[in-house]
Design a protein around this ligand. Structure first.
Ligand code: NDP
Length: 295
């Protein structure tokens, strides 16, 4: 039987509807909307699309969006000065500096400058550390979205064998920490892992965050496993066109897995929904309000 599809679009829509209600409550309680500031440096078309869609989703959820667009030749000192200004701005609860940054700017230094309480991407070392020790943290949006899909589909993850392919600070490592927090038994694989197919075949939960089109084949998957495909890869589709595929060979995997996220329409939509969620969490904490349980 073909695997069940885990519908990230529907899950994200449901979450965003809940977030809009919470955003309304926040505004009614504090007298101001929760605010997200986005910073885009340069003209990269893909980054421009991401930032605009984040701004639109923010407004649709009843929050304030402050967008800052800087030229590609912006000096690091000027970007740091803007971050400092946003750190001090009481209307701003979340700061998102879109990556990648132009080469004259050290991204690590910029992330370091963001107030951890406003770091809605969850990339600051303080938030990474808090996640690692199991304290309240702002957690990177993509792995948080993956966890939401996994818990909605499977319920309890305790004792499950989980394999995460990829060890980036943005996806793989925080994903592993989140799964560990749910008491899964977690293995992190990467480019030096030996016999990756055999390792994957042990996994009840397989998360692929690699950036290699359709690398994970059907015969790498344990029958009935839940597969989360984080990969977004643009590949040629003939006649000069391109299409998006994940890191998992979807058609093959679907024959073996119990459930799988499609690409597009799986993890992708959850990422923006979780950015809105993190902004609301940051807003509540900054205002000294309890964070609603269902966020
Ligand atoms: P990175 O390039 O930072 O990390 C990729 C990881 O995959 C590395 O840890 C690397 O290992 C590992 N890897 C590379 N080749 C292999 C291999 N042959 N076998 C095993 N492991 C391998 O990517 P990201 O984590 O930023 O992103 C991963 C994917 O997720 C990309 O396709 C990206 O587009 C997508 N993505 C999707 C998002 C969404 O919203 N859906 C958001 C963010 C990312 P090593 O460390 O040894 O080099």
């Amino acid at each position: 039987m073909a695997a069940a599809l885990i519908d990230g679009r529907a899950a994200a829509e449901a979450l965003r509807a809940r977030l809009a209600i919470t955003a309304d409550f926040f505004k009614a309680t504090t007298g101001r909307p929760a605010g997200l500031a986005t910073v885009l440096v340069g003209e990269d078309p893909a980054s421009g699309v991401y930032v605009r869609s984040k701004g639109k989703a923010t407004r649709e959820a009843g929050m304030e969006s402050f967008s800052h667009q800087l030229p590609a030749d912006t000096r690091e000192a000027d970007l740091l000065a803007l971050v400092e200004k946003l750190n001090r701005d009481e209307q701003v609860d979340g700061i998102l500096v879109q990556l990648p940054l132009p080469e004259q700017i050290d991204a690590a230094r910029v992330i370091d400058a963001i107030d951890p309480a406003k770091d809605v991407d969850g990339f600051h070392v303080v938030n990474a550390g808090r996640l690692a020790v199991g304290a309240d943290a702002l957690v990177p949006c993509t792995p948080l979205g993956c966890l939401h899909l996994l818990k909605s589909h499977l319920g309890n993850l305790s004792g499950a064998d989980a394999v995460v392919i990829g060890r980036s600070n943005i996806v793989g490592k925080p994903m592993a920490m989140l799964l560990l927090g749910e008491s899964a038994t977690v293995t992190i694989a990467h480019s030096r892992t030996g016999d990756l197919p055999a390792l994957c075949r042990r996994a009840d939960i397989l998360v692929a965050a690699v950036g290699r089109p359709e690398m994970v084949r059907g015969d790498w998957i344990k029958p009935g496993a839940t597969v989360i495909d984080v990969g977004i890869n643009r590949v040629p589709a003939g006649e000069g066109k391109a299409k998006l595929v994940g890191d998992v060979a979807f058609d093959e995997a679907r024959e073996v897995a119990g459930a799988i996220t499609p690409v597009p329409g799986g993890v992708g939509p959850m990422t923006i929904a979780m950015l809105l969620r993190n902004t609301l969490v940051a807003a509540h904490r900054r205002a000294g309000l309890a964070v609603p349980e269902d966020l």
